[in-house]
Design a protein around this ligand. Sequence first.
Ligand code: C2E
Ligand code: MG
Ligand code: MG
Length: 705
Amino acid sequence: MRKVLVVDDHQANRIALTSILRDLEVSLFYAASGSEALKLVLHHNFAVILMDVNMPLMDGIETTEIIHSDEAYKNLPIVMVTAADNSSDALRKAYEAGAIDFVYKPIEPEVLLSKVSQFVELETARINAEANREHLKVILDSAGEGVLGLTLAGDITFANPKAEAILGLAPDSLCGTNIRAFIYSSELEEQIRKESRIFSTLKERNNLQCDTECWFKSDGTTISVEYTCESTVTVEGSSTAGVLIFQDITLRKLRETREKYLANFDSLTGLANRTSFYEHLNKSVSRAKRSKELLSVIIFDVDHFKCINDTYGHHAGDTLLREIGQRVSLTLREGDVVARLGGDEFGIILYDISEAMAANAVAHKVIESFSQSFSLNDIEVDVSLSVGVAIFDNHSMTSEELVRLADTAMYQVKHEGRNGYRLFESEMMKASIEKRELHMLLQRAIANQELYLVYQPKIAIDTKKMIGGEALLRWKRKDGQNISPAKFIPIAEESGQIIALGDWVLNEACKQVSAWGKNALPISINVSVKQLLTRGFSQNLEASLVKYRLDRNLIEIEVTETGSIEDQQKVSEELQKIHDMGIRISIDDFGTGHASLDYLRKLPFDVLKIDRSFVKDIGLDEHDEEIIRVIMAVANTMGLDVIAEGAETLEQLQFLSKIDCHHIQGYYFSAPLSVQEYTLMLKDSSNILAPKFSSLTSYLKTNVA
Ligand code: C2E
Ligand code: MG
Ligand code: MG
């Protein structure tokens, strides 16, 4: 309840005033003298004081003067109560002392009531305003955002502590400074644009500009801020035209920039990554569709990168990838995109090329740039690339299809021996589609029982005996089509399906050998290097031997030389395990791959199979004949048995027998046989093969003569 003080030395007057004010909701205080009034003022907040002018000792004017001389009570409203005949001089003095109004005796109740009520209302309004201000201050002080009051001209009228903290300024140093001092922009034009947005918001009443970002500068640093600027409804006399609420988003911006970088760039090489490569490509494809510009995609990977990684370590591998990125970037035009698509695979987008040959020329340049070796930890390393090129020339093509074409061309290069480039041709596409189709069908081949084994006899021409056979996988599709292993084995190797196929072959061959019982001769099975390197191959082999109770000399394995150059250490360990189990190991297709003498010496081979491609040329190519002689000499020195694959003619057999290569596998004696045919052969090989041997004997006799 508001308080009202009545100051009068006559009790009768105090009672009279009390009865007039009785109905007001105020609490009345009384003072009988000036000094009593002063004491009460010190202890209470009065809405108004009714002050008698004439009092002994300290009159009303003097009391008023003393009260208003104190800064804290300067605005305390004092209404003088005086006789109506008071001189104008007394009135003047009272006003000078700070009196705000007068009531005259005899007091008219309505006049007094109306005046006192007004002052009480004013006090109530003042107290409420104060409370609001306090409340607002608490909010502003604890706000997580910087809050600035601005004049139309941009001068700061108030700032909360957070605003000062963000701008790195001492408390109370912001007011009076113009906001322009803090808006940072590297471009003048940009600055004007940013500023003008704030100022145009300030000028228009009730305008709000939300969540705008800009740079502030303060204390020599720039910070990124997000602000909302709102113009206030201008209160008459208030200089504040608007409020700017802002927060420091520098860290968020940095994080966003970093995330954006990580999302679009490869952290190892700093090149664009796969995502950003496809973003660029999608845009270029749409542009090329509109403008008929020629667009090309080049995909390449590093030949034998795995070997480099294994030999020199992953750190060196990483360094190499970085340097490759740099070297390739240098060979391209500015604006062409180079990206690392993953692992050792890279992609290039060439915009607006004049003709398809121009893309080939770039591929050539990229390969040329690799003629100089790379230096890894002070070791010079020669690196080559397989590069596939595709041109966007069919307007219904998608980015993914374009990349697939380049990929296909790249695989063609790999197939042809790596280190080169190829422009995609539609023949390749056919092959690639067929490959994918076979891959899918192969998935179900085992379950659909489309696979079976055939067996090709191996013959010793010196003793005229069959000495064993090789199990060869066959695939007859549900639709009756036979697919050659030369076609599906490489696909299965590439996709990893070879592991399941190999397991099936191993089990099937062991089961069959066991079924042949006492007639059985050793059967060799082909094992892909990939299968050899899957964990547990040797255990599988052991388990199959045990399961079918087979003698160890009845199963042999053949490993193709071409496949066994990489992962040599592991291959060697695995072969050793198998060899230690008492299993004989052949090196298949010898002469076509990379096997060195050292390789032959280190790995536990028992038999060397001369590849059919050399045998085929006997009598036609002296060079190949010479190679066969060398292979024989090597095998003899190393104590390896030799068998020649693919002998079809008497002439070939004569040559082979002359150089003491007596073991033969080839159509001359027998093509691969079905289980039934081979079973007959096992039972009666001497009779079945007799005509073949007699022709051979007479041929050898005739030709020696
Ligand atoms: P390979 O292991 O070198 O098998 C010998 C291939 O030469 C067989 O072809 C065989 O039919 C063929 N051949 C044998 N003698 C003659 C001949 O006198 N003239 C001609 N023109 N060809 C002859 P095939 O069965 O088509 O197998 C091709 C390759 O597929 C095999 O070569 C082997 O590398 C692979 N392969 C076959 N079966 C399997 C298997 O079960 N597992 C694995 N990993 N690879 C297999
Ligand atoms: Mg073989
Ligand atoms: Mg072979």
